[in-house]
Design a protein around this ligand. Sequence first.
Ligand code: ACO
Length: 325
Amino acid sequence: VTRAIIAGCGSYLPERVVPNDALAEAFGIETSDAWIMERTGIRQRHVAAPEETASSLGAAAARQALERAGIPGAEVDCVIVATATPDSAFPATAVRIQAAIGSTRGFAFDVSAACTGFVYALGLADSLIRTGQARCALVIGTEVFSRILDWTDRGTCVLFGDGAGAVVLVAGEGQGDASDRGILSTHLHSDGRYGDILLVDGGAGSNGECGKLRMAGKEVFRHAVSKLAAVVDEALAANGLAQSDIRWLIPHQANLRIIDAMGKKLGLPKERVVVTVDRHANTSAASIPLALAEVAGRGLIERGDLMVLEGIGGGLTWGAALARF
Ligand code: ACO
């Protein structure tokens, strides 16, 4: 059977780093490193320069992923971008990145699923490759959340950062069982009844301005671990795998408490749980591919290692993917 194999991972972070202690001076926020660290594990975040956009960050991550895969941009026949901060309503950010990497084949489009966007995009790319509609897909999560934060709301603005991550998937052959390399399965969920606990209050449906992020943090927290644990169990069961088969947990990086709770639930030692939230903060759709690119880039993941990618975000949306490196 056809499998979507991970051929390369890449990432890009804006140069400017703002540590917790500098938030007061940089953005006039009354907060403290202790408050932020204790509740979230965040030490610092990267913030995009004025000229940077979701497409420029995403294209930089894509170029690194392609280079590491040894695949020229012209060979890419599908670009899927997960973002909540697109350059414009259209053209899609994915189409801009398609042009930036020099691809004129195939198709490109954006996916809107907030912090779960990368898992959704990965699921779509996997389906397109399995069904022969694409052979070389670039899946990107890219965000400039600094542009949609209300910098007067200290309860949200300290939590997020900017960045991008990318994965190149290529069609390959497998046995059709859980020993195969590549994406084994993806499991996507949403429940629109909770749409108002985490949203951006703008767009064509409201005042026409791009809007700012609003979040009922405690409400989101309440859903996070139970929904994530359930979807990971669902993914393992679908493949006849057990928690003990997992080599790497690559979670969405919202908050260290949620990440630690998931690691414990899955019985994983700390070194198997990838954490970047301390340095990147929450980069929404970019956080999973950023985390993946970091451990893959350091050569820590070995061929055949089983990875769980999971996330939850606005929608609510949540999901998980199982993949063998
Ligand atoms: N610095 C200092 N004090 C602050 C700050 C800040 N940055 N922000 C809020 N406070 C104050 C509040 O004003 C409040 O003070 P009061 O009691 O005098 O009114 C107090 O701290 C407690 O505020 P809460 O909002 O109740 O803080 P809480 O303990 O719930 O922590 C947090 C907030 C960290 C957001 C928590 O709810 C959380 O982790 N939620 C999970 C959701 C999450 O991580 N979302 C990320 C995006 S969603 C996603 O990616 C899945």
